[in-house]
Design a protein. Sequence first.
Length: 172
Amino acid sequence: MRAALLMLLASSLGACSDQSMTHQPHYGPNAPAPIFANGSAAQTPPTGAVAQNAEAEAEASAVPPPVDLALLRRGRERFEIFCSPCHGFGGEADGAVVRRGFPHPPSFYNAALMAAPAQLFFDTITKGFGVMYAYGSRIPPRDRWAIIAYIRALQQSRSTSVAAAPGRGAAQ
């Protein structure tokens, strides 16, 4: 009897050998999960749940970074990746996708977009507009601001004469 009790005790303690949080049973995202009322492992977050980086993203979205050469370079790089297929490399709405029949986006040089606040561009990149895809989940806030700075540089390049460009001195 005593040997059976020791065996029972040893086997029950053996089941508790790994209490690690890294070795837990779990469900895949689309797997059936009978523990939930709807039977699905994919559950909606509870009301009031906040993403881990929501506060930092809101802060980065609220205030544009100072414009410098590094930000403009990053903006050009991101613009060429995400924006040029539709807007074209020069921002004239003549990208490769448009040349194949996709609807024309507005040119960045039309009067409404030349006068538009930067927040309009930021919101459009984030949420999309019309047939434009929402890039909020793919482009971080700092890169959205970099793209906007680059768009403003493109716009400024069209509205400034070469003679009025910075760095032009009388010694030329």
